[in-house]
Design a protein around this ligand. Structure first.
Ligand code: FES
Ligand code: FES
Length: 163
């Protein structure tokens, strides 16, 4: 018996037949749909490497059952850029050296996009650190990550001021 699942994944409607009702969103993305940007660091909700947005909110894909997401909108790192144009958060991570090995980076970037959309942290360093505290970086690239998120959040604020 399969479970039908409809998702809007990176802007495209997908109809998926789940053979295993216990499959997580992370395994579905990585192993069935070929979207390997979200990483499996701990597989138990402790590192944030698997962060994606579901209906605009940050979640750990390793803790989320795919079957619970029928009708949801899922955004992964693969859906962030527009063609060759990077999302401002992606560009800010490059500009501020917000990574070393890059393993945690997709999760960091998706978490930053979610944090900025939540609108609670603004450009305050302490609040950004707090808001990003679910995303660990084994390389310790935290200084660059903080600057990247501050920069991208500031750009968003300016755009909103100008609107
Ligand atoms: S792999 Fe999901 S939180 Fe670590
Ligand atoms: S850049 Fe290596 S784990 Fe964060």
């Amino acid at each position: 018996m399969t479970i039908p699942l409809r998702l809007t994944l990176n802007g495209q409607t997908r109809a998926i037949a789940l053979e295993d009702p216990r499959i997580t969103l992370l395994d579905l993305l990585r192993e069935r749909l070929g979207l390997t940007g979200a990483k499996k660091g701990c597989d138990r909700g402790q590192c944030g490497a698997c962060t994606v947005l579901v209906d605009g909110r940050r979640i750990n894909a390793c803790l989320t059952l795919a079957a619970s997401l029928d009708g949801a909108e899922v955004l992964t790192i693969e859906g962030l850029a527009e063609g060759d144009r990077l999302h401002p958060v992606q560009a800010a991570f490059i500009a501020h050296d917000g990574f070393q090995c890059g393993f945690c980076t997709p999760g960091q970037i998706m978490s930053a996009v979610g944090l900025i959309r939540e609108g609670h942290a603004g450009t305050d360093p302490e609040r950004i650190r707090e808001g990003m505290s679910g995303n660990l970086c084994r390389c310790g690239a935290y200084a660059g990550i903080l600057e990247a998120v501050r920069d991208a959040a500031g750009q968003t604020e300016h755009r909103e001021d100008a609107a």
